[in-house]
Design a protein around this ligand. Structure first.
Ligand SMILES: *Cc1c(COP(=O)(O)O)cnc(C)c1O
Length: 361
């Protein structure tokens, strides 16, 4: 037996399974499994990346001052309280690394994003899963699970894969009643899709125990570039900067994100199209007898009679060249998560689900 072993917790981490992107032997496949922006990135972001090509030999910025200034400018925030990461995944991981560890607990909800559990285990902490109420975050069950060992509470608002969210009053009540050693992390990966929602930025500014994370991977269409950011109390950002790699973001990633956030017309267009097509898609699915909760994000969670029907529908969609996401790992075996694509993709997936419900297999 080898005496070389990883830290406790690591081997409990199941490898992350991304959304499928291929179907064997099929072209013209539509990928609706990873919540990507169907319109791709802003052309301004593509141009900005091209301009970095002749500078690849240079190290990138270590303080991300220009990107932080752009984010602060567009969102009306304090640049000194922003930290940028390799996707918001890295910001979530830095939070676990810095604030969780052996003998501590990290709370996440029943259908919460997979990385919260992974981050907790990677840090040697104990992940604590709390129930939701009909696929919606339940503040009372989170508060009931808090102990002296609680260090972090993660909620995504809107949540993935449910698409549901809770209001600011509930979030404030949660922050107000957490034990004093616990930090609330508001994951705002889909905040841009919600009209007049700041992701919790004002709450971050009003309190000492709230951090918000955001990403360029969803609405900005830059999942492949890996850029996210966090906004928190100055003291927390200072801690995270100590565990952050000094050159975590590449030249190309920084340039893409800065151009993307300044292209507000592109953001508006993506948000508007998503809202219009999301309404259309959930309406069309409902007509086929497939209900969805009201989604605030860029996907819908389609619910079937049971796990067998969801599995059969997923298999049928694949024969039609459509890739959606099973969410059994999120304790939603009877559901399929479907990204809101462009109009032809939405029509195609609704049509095929209709055919499936009408008996096609
Ligand atoms: C996609 C997603 C993220 C992370 O995205 P990055 O690409 O790492 O920025 C974080 N949280 C939730 C809930 C997500 O769905």
């Amino acid at each position: 037996m080898s005496r070389i072993e990883p830290q406790p917790g690591i081997m409990q981490i199941a490898l992350y399974e991304g959304g499928k992107s291929r179907i064997e032997g099929m072209s013209n496949v539509v990928k609706l499994s990873s919540n990507e922006n169907p319109f791709g990135p802003s052309p301004a972001a593509q141009e900005a990346v091209k301009r970095t090509l002749h500078e690849m030999h240079r190290y990138p910025s270590t303080d991300h001052a220009e990107l932080r200034a752009a984010i602060a400018d567009v969102h009306g925030l304090d640049a000194d309280r922003i930290i940028c990461g390799v996707g918001s995944d890295e910001v979530l991981a830095m939070l676990c690394h810095a604030y969780a560890g052996p003998e501590t607990e990290v709370i996440h909800t029943e259908h919460g994003f997979a990385l919260y559990r992974i981050g907790a285990l990677a840090a040697g902490a104990k992940p604590i899963e709390v129930p939701e109420r009909e696929r919606v975050t339940d503040v009372d069950s989170i508060l009931a699970a808090c102990t002296d060992a609680t260090r972090l509470v993660f909620i995504a608002n809107p949540n993935n894969p449910t698409g549901t969210m809770i209001g600011m009053a509930e979030i404030e009540r949660l922050a107000e009643n957490l034990p004093e050693q616990a930090l609330l992390v508001l994951d705002g990966a889909y905040a841009e899709y919600v009209d007049s929602y700041d992701g919790g930025a004002r709450l971050v500014e009003a309190r000492e125990n709230v951090v918000m994370t955001r990403t360029f991977s969803k609405l900005y269409g830059l999942g492949g570039m890996r850029v996210g950011w966090g906004y928190g109390p100055k003291a927390v950002i200072d801690v995270l900067n100590r565990v952050r790699g000094p050159f975590n973001l590449s030249l190309a990633a920084l340039a893409a994100a800065e151009a993307a956030i300044r292209d507000t017309a592109y953001v508006e267009k993506s948000r508007g199209e998503n809202a219009r097509l999301r309404t259309w898609l959930s309406g069309a699915l409902a007509e086929h007898g497939v209900p969805c909760d009201t989604s605030m994000a860029n996907f819908v969670l389609a619910r079937f009679a049971d796990a067998d029907e969801a599995g059969a529908c997923d298999a049928y969609l694949q024969t039609q060249g459509l890739i959606v996401r099973r969410v059994t790992g999120y304790k939603l075996p009877n559901a399929l998560r479907i990204t809101v694509g462009d109009e032809p993709s939405c029509r195609r997936v609704a049509h095929c689900i209709g055919q499936f419900k009408a008996g096609a297999r």
